[in-house]
Design a protein. Structure first.
Length: 188
């Protein structure tokens, strides 16, 4: 199963959404679960939720609904994250989601000698993003997600990024179409 985590704040107007959905169509993906983060009631962790999570984790009891997203993330064959470049990284909603799925004993664990090992099934994470300007190799959102994926046991992270969409608004759709055509050449 491919888990598509959609953090496209602008909904159907989002170039990032159009980009990753084109990828899914080109791949002919059949077993896809899409999570639209803006439709979930995600809240940041606080003292009370951390206390409850830590108590359940220490007992190895991950059956509570608070672990539903983490179990889903852990069990996915492939992870796809779609998030626009936003204030040097990604929308805060994605950070809240990533906090929810980063659970000691479920998506990662520590060995007796203190090493962190990932528990996720996925071998690959795909990160789709669009940028108004040009960020080059300094896409801090992708870098963060890539490092977190490695911690969770996902060895490969691939970035698909379209840059410069806001430089000339008249060229926006053309740039998106070109990137989608490139996806077709690379993955067709």
């Amino acid at each position: 199963m491919l888990l598509a985590i959609d953090c496209c704040i602008r909904g159907d107007d989002s170039a990032t959404r159009k980009y990753y959905q084109a990828y899914l169509r080109l791949q002919g993906e059949k077993d896809v679960q899409v999570l639209e983060l803006s439709k979930l009631a995600l809240t940041p962790l606080n003292y009370q939720t951390l206390k409850q999570r830590d108590a359940l984790s220490s007992q190895g009891d991950f059956s509570h609904d608070m672990f539903r997203l983490a179990r889903q993330f852990r069990d996915a064959d492939t992870i796809l994250i779609a998030a626009p470049f936003w204030d040097l990284s990604f929308p805060s909603l994605l950070k809240i989601y990533l906090e929810q799925v980063s659970v000691n004993g479920l998506t990662f664990a520590y060995t007796a000698d203190g090493r962190c090992v990932g528990c996720c099934k996925a071998q690959r994470l795909l990160y789709f993003s669009t940028c108004g300007g040009f960020v080059g190799q300094r896409h801090l959102g992708f870098e963060y997600v890539k490092e977190l994926a490695a911690m969770l046991g996902i060895p490969e992270s691939v970035s698909y990024t379209i840059e410069g969409l806001d430089i000339d608004p008249a060229q926006r759709e053309r740039l998106l179409e070109q990137a989608i055509e490139q996806l077709g050449r690379e993955n067709g």
